[in-house]
Design a protein around this ligand. Structure first.
Ligand code: PLZ
Length: 453
């Protein structure tokens, strides 16, 4: 695959780009901190890998014991531009020295407006758009629902199987998976309906448009299209298992929404901002969502989220109806402007495609050796393998956990995901050096050898 992206200039935060283990993982200092964590932090806040980080950049995380681990997670698709990216750091340092907060609703500042201008320019479609800024992905999704309801004067919200939209009360209702997100936290918000998604690996040969038709019939018969305010779908499902819908599913759902006066919302919180080799994953099928939610990769690690949508929808809310004390905090906006500039200047989509070009062939050849790899999917730097009991399609969450443990012990930060917990996902920062990426895949291969020997 050809790319104009020049990886030799990607920032490293001055860190040697190497996997270096000087203690067992986690090391003694991390273990001591983890003991303090247990005493101080709610047990409800889980930690996947208790390695306490002191510095990070390029493709590595350095821990308190001096280990250098390969980062295949980007803090769940957040540090897409790399940790401590210099454009982010410079913007944040200047802003934090100038002023840290005024509350945009009280006395505004230009950074907020500039982030909204960038979002309106970069998101799909050349219609007139407006944006609003918030603190977290869940908050963006909640606001998308508020706006869609205000605009349509309808109440029902349609989401899909395996969808993930957050952990607040409304977004728990929108999220499909019970454990760990919803168990014992109900009752959930009403007027939320879940319809089938397209999951090519598990749809028994049904194609994207056929799955869309099943979903649409469900909406028409069980809810009534005229009652639906919004359909909210991730173009590639993140927590659900990096499920890439069959061609034509996403666009058919968007077309149905448009034909029925329903606001079509693309939740691009995980898939957006050059993660998949496009600015937004919706572009792959040429879909122009009415509204798009973003967060994570937008601001290089600072908490920022947004809703961007058609001007007539976004402006249908009464003045003062949207907001929040911290939404669009100036420091987070400065980080976003640095991230976006870096993405534009460095051809971040090319960097993502170069990661895909390394990963897909390597995983494909691994699948020939290891029949537990039932499916390989994803785009750009959002790639996963689904693990099954060989010869069946039975999810093998145990194998995913075993591989994860092996990778962690060997200095590679990997993540699992999926409704069945059997998906091994890769979300490297776009600043990941290719040799380090190959080394991480080599460790994964060793993990398979150890697990299946
Ligand atoms: N929509 C598509 O991926 C966040 C969740 C991690 P917040 N995904 C990571 C966890 O276990 O909490 C996400 C997402 C999509 C919404 C969200 C929610 O974003 O910033 O975590 O609220």
């Amino acid at each position: 695959m050809t790319t104009t992206a020049d990886r030799s200039t990607t920032p490293t935060n001055g860190l040697p780009q190497e996997r270096r283990l000087v203690t067992s993982i986690p090391g003694p200092k991390s273990q001591a901190l983890q003991a303090r964590k247990t005493e101080a932090v709610s047990a409800g806040i889980g930690v996947m890998l208790p390695v306490y980080v002191v510095k990070a950049g390029g493709g590595v995380l350095v821990d308190v014991d001096g280990n250098s681990l390969i980062d295949m997670g980007s803090g769940i698709a957040v540090t897409t531009v790399g940790n401590a990216n210099p454009d982010v750091v410079a913007g944040v340092q200047q802003q934090v020295a100038d002023f840290t907060h005024t509350c945009f609703m009280v006395t505004p500042y230009s950074g907020y407006v500039e982030v909204c201008e960038a979002l309106n320019r970069l998101t799909p479609g050349d219609h007139t758009k407006r944006s609003a800024l918030f603190n977290s992905g869940a908050e963006a999704v909640e606001n998308a629902v508020k706006i869609a309801r205000a605009y349509t004067k309808r109440q029902a919200v349609v989401v899909v199987e395996h969808g993930y939209h957050g952990r607040t009360n409304l977004t728990m209702a929108l999220t499909a998976k019970n454990m760990p997100y919803k168990q014992s936290f109900g009752p959930f918000a009403p007027e939320v309906y879940r319809v089938p998604t397209s999951y090519p690996y598990r749809d028994r040969g049904l194609k994207g448009p056929e799955m869309a038709q099943i979903a649409i019939t469900r909406i028409e018969k069980e809810i009534g299209a005229a009652n639906v305010a919004a359909i909210i779908i991730e173009p590639i499902q993140g927590e659900g298992g990096f499920i890439v819908p069959g061609d034509g599913y996403f666009s058919a759902m968007a077309d149905f929404a448009t034909a029925n006066g329903i606001v079509f919302v693309a939740d691009e919180i995980q898939s957006g901002f050059c993660r998949t080799g496009d600015w937004f994953a919706s572009e792959y099928e040429g879909v122009v969502p009415d509204m798009i939610t973003t967060a994570k990769g937008i601001a290089g690690g600072l908490p920022l989220a947004a809703v961007t949508g058609r001007a007539e929808i976004m402006d249908s809310v009464h003045a003062g109806g949207l907001g929040g004390t911290y939404g669009g905090n100036p420091v987070a906006c400065a980080a976003a402007l640095g991230s976006i500039r870096w993405m534009e200047e460095q051809d971040a989509n090319g960097l993502a495609k170069a990661i895909e070009a390394v990963m897909l062939p390597r995983l494909t050849s691994m699948a020939e050796r290891f029949p537990a790899i039932g499916d390989i999917r994803g785009r750009g730097a959002m790639i996963a393998i689904e693990l099954v009991v060989p010869g069946t399609m039975d999810p093998d969450a145990g194998l995913a956990a075993t591989l994860n443990t092996f990778c962690h012990a060997n200095g590679v930060v990997t993540l699992t995901t999926g409704t069945y917990g059997n998906v091994f996902r890769f979300l490297p920062p776009l600043t990941m050096p290719i040799p380090l990426l190959e080394e991480a895949l080599g460790i994964l291969e060793q993990a398979f050898e150890a697990a299946t020997s």
